[in-house]
Design a protein around this ligand. Structure first.
Ligand code: MG
Length: 347
């Protein structure tokens, strides 16, 4: 077959002919087909409605594009990010992920073996998460039109009737939790770009959070807010929460878990771990009476061993949300968001 003989992707692989069909069959269907069968290919995947209805009263739908540079880094690659990122955007709505689509924009000249490696890790990540990649698309563009590989994933999931999680549902006195150290992904990508000549043992925290979220929801069905802290870091999520819920977010600076390597890197570069991207961090706001239960549930899960209570919500005097950083002496200062994108192509 044509695709297997070619070591690099060519424009022919996006041309709709024999080369494209071979690429789809030998690279994508080989990895993503759960049965190993490559039978009839329809123009759409089909999901039995009754299966969805049996699992919830709402369908959640989300989409995200991934343009990370470099494509491969310690702890993951663009494919694992694409699977986990979309699963996580479903999970933080209380949705159980059901299926994903994956669209690939590949630049001419991309190494076939590298594409297969990334696709294989996507398939493995999805399989471990119990989610199928059921439809997709491939486009090949000239070298100048795309830097290597971009992936867009879309996911659907089902939400059980009991869950009503919203970024606008935060209440005064709610307790804030995070499932572990922040900034690991952003710091890893910075180091992986190779401009800094720094040796660290950092790895991306890239992980699918739906299992952790289900564990927390089993223990505490009344989670008010949940977000995965990705681009813009913990700071961005807290600002979104403050604004949408109209509350003051009070973040205890010393309670936020940060690895010493991340702190060190941020100190050298004048960056703030609170603004560094994560790909496996869940931020929750729960009623105070459930805070310890939520913390215990997180800590009992492999992805929540370093979980911590990091602050609480307070009433905003005029209903206008804001984020305040409380230091060890109890002094508060207003936390603002950076105006631009400090680290482009982080996810
Ligand atoms: Mg998100």
């Amino acid at each position: 077959m044509v695709a297997m003989k070619d070591t690099h992707i060519t424009m022919a692989h996006g041309g709709g002919g024999i080369a494209m069909h071979a690429l789809i069959e030998e690279v994508f269907l080989e990895a993503f087909s759960s049965t190993g069968k490559k039978g009839v290919q329809e123009d759409q995947a089909r999901i039995v409605l009754a299966d969805l209805v049996a699992k919830g009263d709402r369908v959640a739908l989300t989409t995200d594009s991934f343009v990370v540079d470099p494509l491969e880094f310690p702890g993951g690659n663009i494919g694992t990010l694409a699977v986990c990122g979309t699963i996580n955007d479903l999970a933080v709505g209380g949705a159980q992920p059901v299926a994903l689509s994956a669209a690939f924009i590949i630049s001419e000249g991309f190494e076939r073996i590298r594409l297969q490696r990334i696709v294989a890790s996507m398939a493995e990540t999805a399989q471990q998460a119990g989610v199928s990649i059921i439809t997709g698309d491939t486009k090949v563009v000239p070298r100048s039109a795309c830097d290597g590989l971009f992936i867009t994933t879309t996911g659907i999931g089902t939400i059980q009737p009991a869950y009503h999680i919203s970024i606008a549902a935060g209440q005064p006195k709610d307790v804030l939790l995070v499932n572990g150290t922040i900034g690991d992904h952003g710091a890893t990508i910075l180091c992986a770009r190779g401009d800094l000549a720094l040796e660290t043992s950092l790895r991306s925290d890239c992980a699918a959070l739906h299992g952790l979220m289900a564990t927390v929801l089993d223990a505490v069905p009344e989670v008010h807010c949940a977000r995965d802290a990705t681009r813009g870091g913990l700071a961005a999520v807290l600002h979104e929460l403050a604004e949408a819920s109209g509350v003051c977010v009070c973040l205890e600076e010393n309670a936020v878990p940060v690895k010493s390597d991340v702190t060190g890197l941020c100190d050298i570069l004048g960056l703030d771990p609170l603004h560094m991207a994560n790909e496996g961090k869940l931020v929750l706001a729960v009623p105070p009476k459930y805070a310890q239960q939520a913390l215990a549930a997180m800590k009992a899960h492999p992805l929540g061993r370093d979980a911590a209570i990091i602050g609480q919500l307070e009433a905003a005097p005029n209903g206008k949300g804001s984020v305040h950083l409380i230091n060890s002496l109890g002094h508060a200062r207003l936390m603002t968001l950076p105006s631009g994108e400090p680290l482009p192509r982080i996810c």
